[in-house]
Structure formats: structure tokens, C-alpha cells
Design a protein around this ligand. Structure first.
Ligand code: FES
Length: 132
């Protein structure tokens, strides 16, 4: 886990600088701690970076101890699964969905900000027919 500091983002003030993108190889992930104490799971799925809450809502395992499975993350604790696009959990026991974070890559670093609630809500409200 890494503790980061905000050095004044040139992108948008709400973004916070974290670690070098090269520190997360495709198919792997790391947890970073933001200034406000939030722990964010940074995941590299085939070169695309995703950001999601890092602590399992079941028994609070750090999700970076688990594994990446396509665009999903599996908790090392008891196998709960999260979709990195929606933050939705799949598990037989009570757990929580995870918040999502926007990721920007600049000068080789990953910059993180919590995704606006409206953006998350519009994802959930997307009722377009799905291909089967
Ligand atoms: S601690 Fe994550 S599934 Fe139980």
C-alpha cells in the first residue's frame, strides 16, 4: 500500500497523484491511500486502468490481496467478486458495492478522483437492451 500526497494536479484539482502506471503490470492491482484516508484499488486490465474501493465489505480484506479476472476482481478472503465497470458485488453473503474512481494517466503517473455520484447513477440507470 502506498500513501500519496497531492502536489497540485495540472489536470483537475480533484485528481490526486498516486503511483507510476508502470508499477501495475497488466492483470495486477495495488491499493493506494488518498490524503482523505480512502483506500483505492488501482487495477490494470490489459493496459486500461480502473479505480474502485479497496476494502472488501464482507470481512474487510484488502482487495489487492485477491486476483484480477478479466474486468472483475476476486477477494482473497472468501471469493466475493466485483465488476470494475460498475462496482457491483456478486456474493452469497451480505457485502457492499464499491465506489468507483476516475483514473487519468499523465507523465507516467496515475491520478485518481472519486467518480461523481451522477456518473455512477447514470451507469446504473442504463436500461439499453443488452446483446445476448
Ligand atoms: S473478506 Fe472478502 S469475501 Fe470475505
Amino acid at each position: 500500500m502506498f500513501i500519496v500526497e497531492n502536489r497540485g494536479s495540472p489536470i483537475v484539482d480533484a485528481y490526486e497523484k498516486t503511483i507510476r502506471a508502470s508499477e501495475i503490470a497488466p492483470g495486477t492491482m495495488k491499493t493506494v491511500k488518498l490524503i482523505n484516508g480512502e483506500k483505492v484499488l488501482l487495477v490494470n486490465t490489459e493496459g486500461k486502468f480502473h479505480g474502485m474501493g479497496a476494502i472488501c465489505g464482507h470481512f474487510e480484506w484488502d482487495l489487492s490481496d485477491g486476483r484480477v479476472q478479466g474486468k472483475k476482481v476476486v477477494c482473497a478472503g472468501h471469493g466475493a467478486i466485483w465488476d470494475l465497470e460498475t462496482g457491483k458485488a456478486q456474493f452469497d453473503e451480505p457485502t457492499t458495492d464499491e465506489p468507483l474512481y476516475d483514473i487519468a494517466e499523465e507523465d507516467g503517473f496515475l491520478w485518481v478522483r472519486k467518480r461523481a455520484a451522477e456518473a455512477v447513477a447514470s451507469q446504473k440507470a442504463d436500461t439499453r437492451p443488452q446483446a445476448v
